[in-house]
Write a protein that binds this ligand. Structure first.
Ligand SMILES: *Cc1c(COP(=O)(O)O)cnc(C)c1O
Length: 431
């Protein structure tokens, strides 16, 4: 086949797949232009089909933490695949991954593996409802918990990128079982509430850390009415700390959901928690959940390898690099008079245009509505730095981003910030 350009491939894809993508966040819907089509990736870099190299801060939206195509993970995947890719029977590999997760998060006494984070969160809600015999679920505006019906209400991330208030196709009856609260404010619950689901560090409305005391107060309010607290750690799990949010904040949830990092770049998810609660799941209890590929041997081999390579010291290293990059980017942007606030928790950060810190989704939307992100995104991309093409996504620094690439990113940021500032200024003048 002749070498095709990004544009040619994207046009062909758009005829066959809605929007040319298999997940809306990958489209350039909120920044304009044509996505780069990835041919391959290695360490901190992705390469598009035209041979252009980018320093990659998408890192599969946080599924990759060691860097792309880490040889140790690639070897584990090929060795597992050579033994068969799916059996429909229990395996030692799934036990190994379950042990790794449960040994790091004290609140996880039992768990079930799924094939995606979405399946984990939708199962968590079903478990909570089955355990409490209550229907209502509280979620926070701008927190993303996957694409199951009820959880798409006020969902941040990709839904927000496309400026959709909520997804179409969600029955009003499902939406009406959801209660939406503002992040960093503790809602008053009552005894109809089965569970409160929260991203312990919100990472799908930009990066919004919990204020001091927020998670503890939420824990107490759940306990007051007998509602379960669900930590959705699909992004934060094994990324912000060796033991995730529980280790960072000292708060134990009733249920936890994981995904992304625990699959080492392969499709996976997990829901876990207190064993009395988890025991409502079939075949032990009455709450049904299943999956042909759940606990897939290739995915569990990749995930176990990644978790096995992460040590408490890895997180100090990750945090050090994220801190260096976040403060470096913020500094050079402010130097060219582009107002920005870098918000960070541990190794996760994002940039909010404007002069004040962001504590919830309304404040995040106000920052995004300045309209600077699309200019900044393209100015960075043109210079070889790939961020996720949406203003509500985090910037993912991994263990493969070395100081040289971080310094290069900061240099590029300065030039890109100047360009974004000027283009935004011209565009706002001509309106
Ligand atoms: C990505 C994400 C999900 C959904 O996981 P998928 O594997 O994409 O289905 C759920 N919750 C959070 C916090 C996420 O970031």
């Amino acid at each position: 086949m002749d070498m095709l350009t990004n544009k040619e491939l994207f046009e062909a894809s758009s005829k066959l797949m809605p929007g040319g993508v298999n997940s809306p966040v990958r489209s350039f819907g909120s920044v304009g232009g044509t996505p780069y089509i990835v041919e391959k990736a290695s360490g901190p870099f992705v390469y598009d089909v035209e041979g252009k190299r980018y320093i990659d801060y998408v890192q599969s939206y946080g599924a990759i933490i060691l860097g792309h195509a880490d040889p140790r993970v690639t070897l584990a995947i090929s060795q597992a695949a050579a033994k068969g890719t799916s059996y429909g029977a229990p395996t030692p590999g799934e036990l190994r991954l379950a042990e790794l997760i449960a040994s790091r998060v004290a609140g996880v006494e039992m768990l079930r593996l799924t094939s995606s984070g979405t399946e984990a969160t939708m199962t968590a809600l079903r478990i909570a409802r089955g355990f409490t015999n209550r229907d209502k679920i509280v979620k926070f505006d701008g927190c993303y918990h996957g694409h199951s019906d009820g959880l798409l209400v006020h969902a941040g991330s990709g839904v927000a990128n496309l400026a959709l208030p909520d997804s179409g196709g969600v029955p009003a009856s499902v939406a009406s079982s959801m209660i939406v609260a503002q992040y960093n404010e503790v809602p008053e619950l009552d005894e109809t509430v089965a569970a409160v689901i929260v991203e312990p560090v919100a990472a799908n409305m930009g990066l919004v850390p919990p204020r001091e005391g927020f998670l503890a107060e939420l824990r107490a309010e759940c306990d007051r009415v007998g509602a379960l607290l669900i930590f959705d750690e699909v992004i934060t799990g094994f990324r912000i700390a060796f033991g995730g949010a529980e280790e960072n904040f000292g708060i134990v949830a009733d249920l936890y959901t994981f995904g992304k990092v625990i699959g080492g770049g392969l499709p996976i998810g997990a829901v876990g928690g207190r064993s009395d609660i988890m025991s409502v799941l079939a075949p032990v209890g009455p709450v049904y959940q299943a999956g042909t590929l759940s606990g897939n041997p290739v995915a569990t081999a990749a995930g176990s390898t990644v978790l096995g390579l992460l040590e408490p010291s890895s997180y100090l290293m990750l945090e050090g690099r994220a801190k260096y990059l976040a403060s470096g980017m913020e500094k050079v942007m402010l130097e060219v008079d582009l107002e920005v606030v870098a918000q960070r928790h541990g190794p996760l950060f994002s940039l909010f245009f404007g002069s004040s810190a962001v504590a919830n989704f309304n404040e995040a939307k106000a920052s995004v509505s300045k309209g600077i992100f699309p200019y900044f995104f393209h100015a960075m991309l043109d210079r070889g730095v790939a961020m996720a093409p949406g203003p509500y996504e985090a910037i993912f620094v991994g263990l493969s981003h070395d100081w040289e690439q971080l310094d290069r990113t900061i240099d590029i940021t300065q030039a890109a910030a100047k360009e974004a500032r000027d283009k935004h200024f011209l565009a706002s003048k001509s309106q």
